[in-house]
Design a protein around this ligand. Structure first.
Ligand SMILES: Nc1ncnc2c1ncn2[C@@H]1O[C@H](COP(=O)(O)OP(=O)(O)OP(=O)(O)O)[C@@H](O)[C@H]1O
Length: 227
């Protein structure tokens, strides 16, 4: 029997809040202002959906929250400190972008087992690989390598791998990419469960239905333009 998305549980909370506090964030690229005096506060257990037209600055904001891009002005605190691209930060934070990397000598199942083993002891805080394979519809592809999966199946694996280890904050850039509508609905349930179990999630998305099914608060970015 397939394990339904709503049956998966996560153990992610520790009571600190807000998880994200961004104030007066300004990001420029040459003469172009990408974000201008942007504020965002996200509490533990919240799901926030960043929406807006192409070029509105959603991915840029996610990169800033992940410590991968500096702000020109303003301040960002993530889990109580400025985000920094180091192993301590990434132990707490999961990020998905459209850049995926796989080991060509490991199967789909082995990728999930590897993630779990690296983060051991994981205990009950994360679903086991077999449960993730079922929930993400990858059970019959568990013994092949990721490069032989379809685009949508690889996106499923990417999301499953992120949920295979403990985290306190997930930053997702258009997680709906490549996913069929049925699985998008399951993903919304999974993300809502992650937040319900104490995790915090910020995602850039063009899928209002996914945002709604994840129980997200919508934050619309408008871009800024030439200074
Ligand atoms: N390094 C850069 N140099 C110049 N312009 C940049 C740079 N990075 C981002 N931009 C510009 O900033 C704007 C915001 O880009 P960003 O990728 O954050 O938008 P987005 O809202 O995620 O868009 P999409 O919905 O298409 O993914 C775009 O106009 C982009 O061209």
């Amino acid at each position: 029997m397939t394990r339904a998305a709503r049956e998966i549980r996560f153990g992610t909370g520790d009571g600190r809040r807000p998880v994200i506090a961004a104030e007066g964030v300004r990001v420029t690229a040459g003469a172009f202002t990408v974000l201008d005096r942007f504020d965002l506060t996200v509490d533990q257990g919240e799901v926030v959906a960043l929406t807006g037209v192409n070029g509105a600055g959603k991915s840029t904001l996610l990169r800033c929250l992940a410590g991968l891009q500096p702000v020109t002005e303003g301040e960002i605190l993530v889990l109580g400190a400025p985000p920094r691209d180091d192993e301590t930060f990434w132990r707490d934070v999961g990020l998905t972008t459209d850049e995926q990397a796989w080991y060509p000598w490991l199967t789909v199942r082995e990728h999930l087992e590897l993630v779990r083993r690296i983060h051991a002891p994981v205990g009950d805080s994360c679903p086991e690989p077999e449960a993730l394979l079922e929930t993400f519809g990858l059970s019959d592809r568990a013994d092949v390598t990721p490069m032989t999966l379809s685009t949508g199946q690889r996106q499923r694996l990417s999301l499953a791998a992120m949920l295979a280890r403990p985290s306190r904050l997930l930053l997702l850039d258009e997680p709906e990419q490549g996913l069929d509508q049925t699985f998008r609905d399951s993903l919304g349930t999974l993300l809502a469960t992650y937040a319900g179990d104490g995790g915090t999630l910020v995602m850039a998305t063009h899928d209002a239905r996914l945002a709604e099914s994840a129980g997200a608060r919508m934050v619309t970015l408008h871009g800024a333009g030439r200074t």
